[in-house]
Write a protein that binds this ligand. Structure first.
Ligand SMILES: CCCCC/C=C\C/C=C\CCC/C=C/C(=O)SCCNC(=O)CCNC(=O)[C@H](O)C(C)(C)COP(=O)(O)OP(=O)(O)OC[C@H]1O[C@@H](n2cnc3c(N)ncnc32)[C@H](O)[C@@H]1OP(=O)(O)O
Length: 302
């Protein structure tokens, strides 16, 4: 049922004109790291997939410069890449990482949530929900190699993964900082964090909009491992090898057992969640806060 709903949304997305225009990235041969048989890289303008068929692993690199903000187009491309890998029996795991130096993902694209029509907010929120559901419930082993800063939606994306390796750089903070923008993390963002670090730590982190530097992120459990920056990818690969050594059906069923109740809550309240989002984001006070935040980001440069 969940999959059927997901497929419908994805199919609709694929039918949109800009999605139809997506091309396979012109051929470099992969893999970029590790062994493999030289299968070609593929992907789309904003997502580069480096396959290592011998290992059964693909590295998915987000490249939506300057900050990998999660725009509607970018989310759709991510979903298409995930689906392609899930449908290819060669792959059992993916490593999700960034191609933008110093940035894993700046989170949801603020320009998708500012000054648009309600219909746009509906479409955008459906894509955000779908991305969370598909990554959270993916049968593949998904490991985040976090090689940059990762606020709000960027943190959420990493929390959908099975394991998080963060580069040890004090600038690479991670957390759900929505309150600092005058907005509120929806219940399923909160639930994902609770499932990762527990109720009390989440309560504190979300109310204060905490962005944890690496040592603290490790201490609180937002990430599983912190390693020197030049070892993030190799560590993710070693961790992947450990996870892939477990019988796949047993691991997959266990993942579903652990995650389905959380996903089911959104699946049953999906439409209501969209309405709540649209009502909230359309408030004058929220629009003012978001505009002011974007303005502050722009002025930082000048
Ligand atoms: C009543 C109950 C209600 C219940 C709840 C109901 C509904 C919930 C409603 C809403 C939920 C929404 C959840 C939102 C989740 C999010 O993810 S919001 C996004 C949060 N992200 C951030 O706070 C990060 C902001 N960005 C930065 O801090 C920095 O940009 C950086 C990532 C640290 C990178 O810094 P730097 O390298 O210095 O780059 P710049 O700051 O100069 O940025 C370059 C350009 O990129 C633009 N930009 C940055 N972030 C975003 C973004 N998230 N979206 C869109 N654009 C972004 C920035 O403005 C620069 O643009 P220009 O080059 O100046 O044009």
């Amino acid at each position: 049922m969940a999959l059927a709903v997901g497929m419908r949304v994805l199919t609709r997305a694929l039918l949109r004109p800009w999605a139809r225009g997506l091309r396979v990235a012109p051929g470099r041969t992969g893999p970029a790291a590790g062994g493999g048989d030289g299968m070609r890289c593929f992907g789309s303008p904003r997502v580069l997939v480096e396959p290592d068929p011998a290992a059964g692993v693909a590295v998915v690199k987000m490249r939506n410069p300057p900050v990998n903000s999660l725009s509607l187009e970018f989310l759709t491309e991510l979903l298409i890449s995930l689906e392609k890998l899930e449908n290819d029996k060669t792959f059992h795991g993916i490593i999700l990482t960034s191609d933008c130096p110093g940035i894993f993902s700046a989170g949801l694209d603020l320009t998708e949530m500012c000054g648009r029509k309600p219909e746009h907010y509906v479409e955008y929120w459906k894509a955000v929900q779908e991305t969370w559901l598909r990554f959270y419930l993916s049968n593949l082993v998904v490991i985040a190699a976090i090689n940059g800063v990762s606020p709000a939606g960027g943190c959420l994306l990493s929390l959908t993964c099975d394991y998080r390796v963060l580069a040890n750089n004090p600038k690479y903070t991670i957390g759900l900082n929505e309150t600092l923008l005058g907005i509120v993390a929806p219940f399923w963002f909160k639930d994902t964090m609770v499932n990762t670090i527990g109720h009390r730590a989440t309560e504190r982190a979300l109310q204060l909009g905490l962005l944890f530097p690496p040592a603290e992120a490790l201490r609180v459990g937002v990430v599983d491992q912190v390693v020197p920056e030049d070892q993030v990818q190799s560590t993710a690969r070693s961790v992947m090898a450990q996870w892939l050594a477990i019988p796949d059906h047993a691991r997959q069923l266990t993942k579903t057992l652990m995650r389905k109740p959380t996903a089911d809550r959104l699946l049953t309240e999906r439409d209501a969640d969209i309405q709540t989002f649209v009502r909230f984001i359309c408030r004058d006070s929220v629009q003012k806060s978001l505009h002011a935040y974007l303005e502050k980001l722009k002025q930082k440069k000048g």
